[in-house]
Design a protein around this ligand. Structure first.
Ligand code: FES
Ligand code: FES
Length: 188
């Protein structure tokens, strides 16, 4: 299907990515966010899987001003939706030195590595973002101990792994949840 001409009209876009101001950029009105990341910004860690909003490989983290965060699928969300907003991509999780070299993984990344959670790794950026959003939510709203397992399952449920590594992802996230102080509360 041919895109309407209006989709190609450039519009100015500024946003914050991984703590850095980006833009103003002139990008087509109908550009999908995944294409902005890949083709304009060389941030290629977010994966294009299904391209239809199903697999969640392409998610980034959208940070709201009230301190909450959520996953957003970049294959079905236009780049201009993010105008003025603040997001994190997979490139923003690890700590880096002044030369840009990774010096420490995030707790979620570290546990995925230790648990051999991924095989081809194509789905991994999406799982890292999902688990990170979960951990951040539990820091604000700790989960009851008896609800930990279903909470993790719900948080990861929409992410598809074609290598079927679900159990190791789940186990890694559970270890982060159980070993990070303040995420789990015991019944009163
Ligand atoms: S690539 Fe975006 S949901 Fe599958
Ligand atoms: S590790 Fe290959 S798709 Fe998940």
């Amino acid at each position: 299907m041919t895109a309407p001409l209006a989709d190609f009209r450039p519009q100015s876009l500024s946003l914050k990515i991984n703590g850095r101001d980006v833009g103003p950029l002139q990008v087509p009105a109908g550009l999908m966010m995944i294409d902005l990341l890949h083709e304009y910004l060389d941030l290629t860690g977010s994966r294009l899987g299904c391209g239809q909003g199903v697999c969640h490989a392409c998610v980034v983290i959208l940070d709201h001003q009230d301190g909450t965060s959520e996953e957003v699928r970049t294959c079905i969300t236009g780049a201009h939706f993010f105008a003025g907003k603040s997001i994190r991509t997979i490139e923003g999780h690890a700590q880096r030195n002044e030369q840009g070299e990774v010096v420490a993984l995030s707790p979620v990344q570290q546990k995925f590595l230790e648990h051999f959670s991924f095989q081809c790794g194509y789905c991994t950026p999406g799982f890292v973002n999902a688990a990170t959003v979960l951990i951040e939510r539990l820091k604000r709203q700790p989960v009851a101990r008896e609800k930990v397992e279903e909470t993790i399952t719900e948080a990861l449920n929409e992410h598809i792994c074609r290598c079927t590594g679900y159990v190791r992802y789940y186990e890694a996230v559970k270890e982060v949840v159980m070993t990070t102080p303040g995420l789990v509360k015991d019944a009163a």
